[in-house]
Design a protein around this ligand. Structure first.
Ligand SMILES: Nc1ncnc2c1ncn2[C@@H]1O[C@H](COP(=O)(O)OP(=O)(O)OP(=O)(O)O)[C@@H](O)[C@H]1O
Length: 616
């Protein structure tokens, strides 16, 4: 906004304040619509205190720790914006998703003034606490915007000018906001453009660094312009098992989708089946709808040791009921014990392991995940222990270090360890005892050093009793057993349902759940646990009209839920029969191809293998 525009709007704002605050009427047309909306929201709130206190220092440290991933990824942008801010006599601010100021840098001349109006670390600048202001209003409106002078709800902030942009994670949840603040006349469209660009660069960094940490996830980078692929202006999609599990805003803008449409969509729907053959080098792809893209796929990131930027503790997910388990497992892991994570399918075992790694002393090392159930028996040995040149004929001629050596200095995650063949168990035990590995066909041994976490949905003690799992390996693996509770038993399931619903598109569409609807959802048996819940909530959000409040009838119309009074045993039996029928149909439609059937069903391949193994 140039200064002439600013002065015109100044008189407009003056009239609007008079109309709204003095005469109690409508602010009128002279005011940007987001400001008028915000004023109305603020006057509906309980009175906003004129003064604001920062949270206690200990609380601020905890909030910074909780947002450490965001802070690390935002550091380069904060530095770059600070250069601009100092020159302009402004400050740059990073907040968390509630609007609490985590970091503030900038002009020594403006900082003391900023502090006088509580624009300081530890103060929450949400709309409900500070009235209309760029941070709180940008978070509320989910868009970059400016709030200048008298547009602030509180008169005491009337000399201030702020431009802020929200920062989103790959699933559309708010992660925080970036803001430039100064005297009103110093903040203009240029500052707004800078924070908007900086926020999208932070999102790009968060998403590409997180994808590199997530085993089994591919990062599809694309654009219409070849020169932009590989830069921070590219569009990004995270893909797991053929389904889109994350997107940045550029990807959504290019595809004309929003998060609730994109998440869960098969990547083939957008790029055709050709996307699976994409490589790291950008290539041309013709989409089924005729559009042309330049795209590249990073799938190797999780396979090779990944250097995270100086990561120490990076709790990617929000705090939840599993935190005490996480802290305990982290301490034992640091003492060199192995952790065995058990839990039903979809309960969040892999998410737990990812968080454990990120909070561990080995967070800057790789996280290498091996799904023992998904590997064909003949290949598991080579995959784990590696092989020397010439150990195989044909296509696999070049040697390979093996997953154990790839995990050097980091964490090795053996998923579905209960499905490991007995011969492999013997070999693994020897490697763990001796801490050296000898690749197939090699005469050399390599020292190994990593933390070990295993997971299984199977009853390992029962397997040991039936001779399917080695007892000595069992004791070696379970330094500690962490049992992830099924969703139906989690004490925080209401909060989890609410959070996942918000992330599934409900916040954006302003959808609300009544208490009864929340109770009904939390009373469901959810045999597929968080995975099933997530899919149901996405469906619910997608099918609902924006702005509606959803009660039991709306839920019943959108989802086929077990009624609260149905006995769990009956509910589970019916669900099992439904699941069997769905599997039969999906396998038929995909001509027996299990990976394709899993994609059709929207479940992980290993889950389907397991279901099939269970069937008589
Ligand atoms: N705390 C959480 N917050 C958000 N999403 C979660 C959480 N826990 C699990 N999920 C989601 O639920 C799904 C299943 O989680 P995950 O893969 O970790 O389960 P799992 O127990 O390893 O499943 P399986 O045994 O079938 O491999 C994933 O899409 C994951 O993102």
């Amino acid at each position: 906004m140039d200064s002439s525009h600013a002065s015109t709007s100044l008189s407009g704002v003056h009239r609007a304040r008079q109309a709204f605050f003095v005469e109690g009427g409508d602010p009128g047309a002279g005011l940007p619509s987001h400001i008028a909306r915000s004023w109305r929201r603020c006057s509906a709130h309980s009175p906003i205190a004129d003064l604001a206190e920062p949270v206690q220092r200990g609380e601020l440290s905890a909030r910074r720790e909780a947002a450490s991933w965001l802070r690390r990824c935002a550091e380069p942008e904060l530095d770059a914006l600070a250069e601009h801010a100092v020159g302009q006599g402004c400050v740059v601010i990073l907040t968390d998703a509630t609007g609490l100021i985590l970091d503030e840098v900038g002009s020594p001349e403006f900082l003391p003034k900023a502090h006088r109006i509580a624009l300081a670390a530890g103060v929450e600048w949400s709309e409900s606490r500070r009235g209309t202001n760029a941070i709180g209003t940008a978070l509320q409106e989910r868009q970059a915007l400016m709030v200048l002078g008298g547009e602030h709800f509180l008169a005491r902030n009337g000399a201030l000018g702020c431009a802020a942009a929200p920062i989103f994670d790959a699933r559309g949840a708010l992660a925080g906001a970036l803001d430039v603040s100064g005297e009103s006349i110093k903040v203009n469209e240029h500052a707004l453009g800078l924070v908007r660009l900086a926020a999208s660069q932070v999102e790009h960094r968060m998403m590409s660094a997180a994808a590199a940490l997530r085993p089994g996830q591919g990062l599809l980078r694309f654009h219409r312009q070849p020169g932009l692929v590989g830069t921070s202006r590219e569009a990004l999609l995270s893909i797991e098992d053929g389904l889109i599990v994350g997107a940045n805003r550029r990807a959504l803008a290019l595809l004309g989708l929003d998060w609730s449409d994109a998440l869960g969509l098969p990547a083939a729907r957008i790029f055709g089946t050709r996307w699976e053959r994409l490589q790291h080098a950008p290539d041309r792809v013709a989409a089924p709808d005729g559009r042309q893209w330049i795209a590249a796929l990073d799938t190797t990131a999780a396979r090779r040791p990944v250097a995270m930027p100086a990561a120490r503790s990076v709790p990617l997910e929000q705090q939840d009921a599993l935190d005490p388990l996480l802290a305990r497992a982290g301490r034992l892991l640091a003492e060199g014990l192995s952790i065995l994570v058990t839990g039903e399918t979809g309960s969040g075992k892999e998410v737990f392991v990812r968080r454990l790694h990120q909070a561990s002393r080995r967070a800057s090392g790789p996280l290498v995940a091996v799904n023992c159930a998904a590997l064909p028996e003949g290949l598991i040995e080579a995959e784990l222990f590696g092989y020397e040149d010439g150990a195989f004929t044909g296509a696999r001629r070049r040697g390979q270090a093996g997953r154990l050596r790839e995990a050097q200095g980091g964490l090795l995650f053996l998923d579905e360890v209960g499905d490991m063949p007995l011969a492999m168990q013997t070999r693994l035990l020897r490697v763990l005892e001796d801490r050296v590995v000898r690749p197939l066909g090699s005469s050399r041994e390599f020292a190994i050093d990593f933390d070990l976490v295993c997971a299984t949905h199977r009853d390992l003690p029962a397997l040991v009793r039936s001779g399917g799992f080695r007892e000595d390996l069992f004791y070696r693996l379970q330094g500690e057993v962490v049992a992830i509770p099924p969703l139906r038993q989690r004490p925080d399931r209401r909060a989890l349902i609410q959070r996942l619903f918000d992330e599934a598109g409900a916040r954006r569409k302003e959808l609300r759940l009544t208490d009864e609807a929340l109770a009904l959802l939390s009373a469901q048996p959810w045999p597929g646990n968080v995975r099933e819940l997530q899919a149901a909530l996405r469906r619910l959000a997608a099918l609902s009209e924006a702005g509606t409040t959803l009660g039991e009838p709306e839920l019943a119309a959108a989802l086929s839920l077990a009624s609260c009074t149905a006995s769990p045993a009956h509910g589970e039996a019916t669900l099992a029969a439904l699941a069997d029928e769905a599997i039969r149909q999906a396998l038929g439609a995909s001509h027996g191809n299990v990976a394709a059937a899993a994609r059709l069903l929207g479940v992980h391949r290993s889950t389907l293998y397991r279901q099939l193994a269970r069937k008589p």
